[in-house]
Design a protein around this ligand. Sequence first.
Ligand SMILES: [Zn+2]
Ligand SMILES: [Zn+2]
Length: 259
Amino acid sequence: MTVVIDSHCHLDSKEFDADRDEVIDRALAAGVKNMVAIGTGDGPPDLEAGIRLAEKYPAFYATAGVHPHDAAKASEETFKRLAGLLKHEKVVALGEIGLDYHYDFSPREVQRAVFIEQMRIAADARKPIVIHTREAWDDTLALLREHWRGGGIMHCFSGGPDEARQALELGFHLSFGGIVTFPKALNVQEAARIAPADRILIETDAPYLAPVPKRGKRNEPAYVIETAKKLAELRGESFESIAAATTSNFRRLCLGYTL
Ligand SMILES: [Zn+2]
Ligand SMILES: [Zn+2]
């Protein structure tokens, strides 16, 4: 069977408490060989939401990090513990980190400081970073240019060709989620057409942003197949070639990573 990897999901979410095992079984049955459990959870002091899943389920890798929403909850103690957790054998990246100026749940200057500090921790640990950016492209790209030398993932890529080119120049992979399947997301679709085959990834961000034709429902990792199909259509490639490219890109970036 053709396998794919969901490089970003939040299966720790309460939305899965009633049927988490079934959701994971459906993903495996659909060919989703691995999933990355993003470990931001409800924010500090808990940093292990992803690690708990990865320790329980063999198909999971994990991340750890402080989401920009939770930046105001981070302390020196948080950063010290985060550095230690990056040594866990199933933690493949630090994230999701970045800036969210849409919700502004944490003050912007705190978001920026916590983002910068986590780039420092990731560089020390030689791990890639997973970026969340919303209504904050300029500041996100500027801070990456100033503070980061390495690779990473632009999660749930929601920019157009211009943002795509800048992120690619910085060495990032573009991870496409449900948004790329939305009929009005023409900018994101154009970015998906121009991205080099060795820089694309696919994700669900479950339980959020389910792809067409599941749009509006709770998202789950099995639906990453729909996003792969859409990428294939947009790029004029086969589903199998998108699956193979995104899987090998994930493995190269997150499992064999060297700065
Ligand atoms: Zn996000
Ligand atoms: Zn996320």
